[in-house]
Design a protein around this ligand. Structure first.
Ligand code: SF4
Length: 903
């Protein structure tokens, strides 16, 4: 067995992992005790990475279709990349370089990002390279640049231990960055005076822990931050010396916020004026560490929100000192690395600006090309709009799933169907985007490739391969370099003026990611993110925080301790932007706010976590959460089906009451797309309005209406087997229903759970097709009960005395407990007589386990609730049931259950 150190590929916390591998297979994963981001801890997602690293569900071979109507067929890598080079060069020759585009990912390594960026800007001559980081961090980037002068988070995780106040805004840290939240819990335990303020419209697990929760109305953050500054001004909390020595632009901001009194802003923000005053006082007293994420970023005034928060730090001098800093939490594991190499449509390498002629000349000189294009490329939403209009004809998508994650899915669907040529470079075979691929290139993924990533605190870690990629999958960097050689050859033969020829082989001479890293390193020399002192050899010893210039002995945990900022004047700039409301306010037709966000145990579009059955144990299916009074008004009860409709589309989903939400607010997790539910998922509803500066879309808010739908014919199929394969089989059936979801359950076994509802009985042919697909049509293995008069028809599959599948139609009362039995691999002996009966309760001794709260130790909610009813507190739960003693992700929920507030 080998053990290789690497990093988790999910969130921007950037936890270090130790990957165990045996005979070319990843067999286990543990937190790396030596990694400064997590000191050995992992959350539920990180701790199950090895379970996601199976060959099942992977893209294994290049596949090509010459004709949209035909299926893709397996081809060799040579044929695949030659075809791609031919198509790209022909389009570039005929329509120019801006007729092609690249949409890449914050999950790529820095080296992958670097070569994609150079391919577009250096070889082809287009800036049309953008990334899903646009959906995630671009407002944070623009906020930093507008105030502090550079895209450089000033703080570090260690500040959590030094802070007197932690101010979390627009982040459910307990779910989205769980290991950081563990650190906050530990710091509070050590320092009971440490205050936690949480700004979030929802009472999330993070907010439930707060000393002060400001449950603001959606999109009113700027008004709140300005009101806090107003209090600081009024009560003389402003650090005048710091202002005079290190900042500029104060007068305009002071004049602006005079109008933002707490009394005036309280009704607009939906919080008490006294709470605004309290928040301002605690913040100003500090030392204050602000942690913030998509609640600020995914907004049409995301830059204003980021900058308004940074204003508070500058005004009180809460920056550059231990425990005092604004620290944006990076959504993805390497959104920061992508920005370092300029891998976005408006950036150039090493934090250079595309609009600066000197910066363009520097990049061109370092790459050895005559120039780099000056006009910014298309950002994410614009890119797909340009594909739909035909302006961009060929699109290369790598390591991301826009057909699930982009807002306004109708646009994305139309764009990808309109494009002349779509390349998808992807590790997983069945993502929503893969179905649009004319050319599918199988990519290596976590545990299979080499490079580096940078986490939220500017810490660069080595990413390492523990096993070779399966099938013919190749590392992303390798694929890009190979393609660049082939495309360069073709572009050279196109150009009549050979002096302008860009030699793809000369531009991409790399034989390893390390060579790419070394070239990137040179670009940073003398820049704010200087890493000229770093090398793979050094990073192999330990992760390091940039800047790390040549000659440095250590990295740099904190920035701006000297009060000097990377601006023309050396001073930080106050940013005076007035409050603007959300782009799509609620009205009589669409009277509810819809918020979207993460769950604890799923990641993004579920291409990886959706293949791990136990990660559904916490939340099994997509649900609309709603305030109880809003449900009562619509005569809805938990589990009812509702149609959620926005101006762009609609979906049918189950509803559940939530005491996390105020009236008029709803929430749907961001994870479920068209692969796991009927329709195109939550982003059918969301909007593509963007921030005017960062071009980041307002994924966090749109206006919706909710109405009950009657689909009386319910259906459930459960089948044990290979989860990825069963999900693949289930997918085509989703489209036959107004309501349908597909997912997995189980711990040691993988069980498909397919739920659906329709207005009437299904056509006989469809019933047979589904039975056949899931092995419920074999008479010798299948028990059968049919009541044609009542439209009820049930089947159970029993193999060697064990229940391995079931189908319930017309009446699904037994769904929960039968699902549990199949997942447990239970014997059919004791329940044979009950299997097909209309009973919601199982026979004695075979009860379903209920929702699993502690995923690490497999502790279910009914057991926890029973223990609490018997008087157990958190310590007793941990001592007896052991829940919350491993990764700790469930501790906030345990506390909530103890407080008697069920989710
Ligand atoms: Fe991975 Fe969880 Fe750490 Fe994020 S907090 S990097 S998901 S282990």
């Amino acid at each position: 067995m080998s053990v290789v150190s690497s990093v988790c590929c999910y969130c921007g916390t950037g936890c270090g992992v130790l990957i165990e591998a045996d005979a070319g297979v990843i067999t286990g994963v543990h937190g790396n005790p030596a990694h400064p981001a997590n000191f050995g801890k992992l959350c539920t997602k990180g701790a199950t990475l090895h379970l996601s690293a199976q060959a099942s569900g992977r893209a294994l071979y290049p596949e090509l279709r010459q004709d949209r109507a035909a299926p893709r067929e397996r081809v060799s890598w040579d044929a695949a990349l030659d075809h791609a080079a031919n198509r790209f060069s022909a389009i570039i020759r005929e329509h120019g370089p801006d007729a092609v585009g690249f949409y890449i990912s914050g999950q790529l390594t820095t080296e992958d990002y670097y070569v994609f960026n150079k391919l577009a800007k250096g070889l082809i001559g287009t800036n049309n390279v953008d990334t899903n980081s646009r959906l995630c961090m671009s407002s944070a980037v623009a906020g930093y640049k507008a105030t502090l002068g550079a895209d450089a988070p000033p703080g570090c995780y260690e500040d959590i231990d030094h802070a007197g106040v932690i101010f979390i805004a627009g982040s459910n840290t307990a779910y989205a960055h769980p290991i950081l939240f563990r650190r906050i819990e530990a710091a509070r335990k050590k320092n009971p005076d440490l205050k936690l303020i949480v700004v979030d419209p929802r009472r999330t697990d993070t907010a439930a822990e707060a000393d002060l929760h400001l449950s603001i109305l959606p999109g009113t953050d700027v008004a709140l931050f300005h009101a806090m500054l107003n209090v600081m001004l009024w009560e003389e909390w402003i650090d005048r010396d710091y202002l005079a020595a290190h900042t500029e632009g104060w007068d305009s901001l002071r004049n602006l916020v005079r109008e933002y009194t707490p009394e005036k802003m309280a009704p607009l923000c939906g919080v008490a004026a006294a709470d605004i005053v309290q928040a301002a006082r605690w913040f100003a007293a500090g030392p204050t560490l602000s942690l913030y994420c998509q609640g600020l970023n995914q907004s049409t005034c995301g830059v204003d929100k980021n900058a308004a928060l940074i204003n508070l730090h500058l005004a009180t001098g809460q920056i550059g000192k231990p425990g005092a800093a604004p620290l944006s939490l990076t959504g993805q594991p390497n959104a920061m690395g992508g920005r370092e190499v300029g891998g976005m449509a408006h950036l150039l390498s090493a934090h250079r600006d595309m609009g600066n002629p000197e910066h363009r000349a520097e990049v061109a000189r370092l790459w050895g090309v005559d120039d780099v294009p000056a006009t910014p490329g298309k950002t994410a939403v614009e890119l797909f709009e340009a594909v739909r209009s035909g302006e961009i004809k060929a699109l290369w998508i790598a390591c991301t799933n826009p057909a699930q994650s982009m807002p306004d899915q109708a646009l994305i669907d139309e764009a990808l169907r309109t494009a002349e040529f779509v390349v998808v470079q992807e590790a997983f075979a069945d993502t929503e985007t893969v179905r649009y691929a004319d050319l599918l290139l199988p990519a290596a993924t976590w545990g299979e490739s080499e490079g580096t990533m940078t986490n939220s605190e500017r810490c660069i870690s080595r990413v390492r391969a523990a096993v070779p990629p399966p099938g013919e999958a190749r590392p992303d960097c390798d694929v890009v370099v190979d393609f660049a050689h082939r495309l360069g050859d073709r572009l050279a033969s196109n150009r009549p003026d050979k002096s302008l020829v860009r030699d793809g082989r000369k531009l991409f001479p790399y034989t390893s990611p390390e060579e790419v890293f070394n070239e990137h390193r040179e670009f940073t020399r003398g820049r704010d993110l200087d890493i000229s002192g770093l090398s793979y050899a050094l990073l192999d010893q330990a992760p390091q925080q940039w800047p790390f210039p040549a000659g440095a002995q250590t990295g740099t945990p904190r920035l701006y301790g000297d009060g000097v900022f990377p601006t023309a004047s050396g001073r930080a700039t106050f940013y005076a932007a007035p409050y603007r409301p959300v782009a799509e306010p609620i009205d009589a037709r669409f009277p509810l706010h819809l918020n979207t966000g993460r769950l604890r145990d799923q990641w993004h579009g579920m291409s990886r976590t959706g293949l791990v059955p136990r990660l559904y144990a916490h939340v099994e299916e997509p649900l609309l959460s709603m305030n109880r009074l809003d449900m009562d008004r619509r005569q809805l009860k938990d589990g009812d089906l509702v149609r959620v409709k926005s101006r762009r589309g609609s979906l049918v989903i189950k509803v559940q009451a939530s005491d996390e939400l105020r009236g008029s607010q709803t929430f749907i997790p961001m994870h479920w797309g068209g692969r796991f539910m009927a329709g195109q998922g939550v982003n059918t509803l969301t909007q593509r309005s963007v921030d005017p500066v960062s071009r980041q879309p307002e994924l966090k808010h749109c206006a919706v209406q909710v109405e009950k739908v009657e689909l009386p014919y319910r259906r459930a199929i459960m089948r044990r087997g290979d989860g990825a394969e069963l999900l693949r089989l289930a997918r085509p059936f989703l489209a036959h229903f107004d309501f349908a979801t597909a997912g997995l359950t189980g711990r040691n076994n993988s069980v498909l759970v397919f739920q659906a509802a329709s207005a009437g009985p299904l056509p006989e042919s469809l019933v047979q097709e589904m039975d056949q697909a899931f092995g419920l049509d074999e008479p010798l293995l299948t028990m059968n009960y049919q009541d044609a008069r009542r439209g009820i028809w049930k089947k159970a599959r029993v193999e060697d005395g064990v229940i391995t599948g079931a189908r319930l139609s017309g009446e699904i009362a037994a769904y929960d407990w039968i699902k549990g039995l199949i997942a447990e691999g239970a014997s059919a002996m004791d329940v044979r007589g009950w299997l097909l009966a209309p009973v919601a309760q199982p026979p004695a001794g075979s009860a379903g386990r209920g929702r699993v709260v502690c995923n690490c130790l497999n502790v279910a909610e009914p057991d926890i609730v029973a223990a609490i009813a018997g008087g157990a507190d958190l310590a007793a739960l941990q001592a007896t049931l052991k829940c919350g003693t491993e990764c700790g992700s469930c501790v906030p929920e345990l506390k909530r259950l103890i407080a008697g507030k069920r989710v």
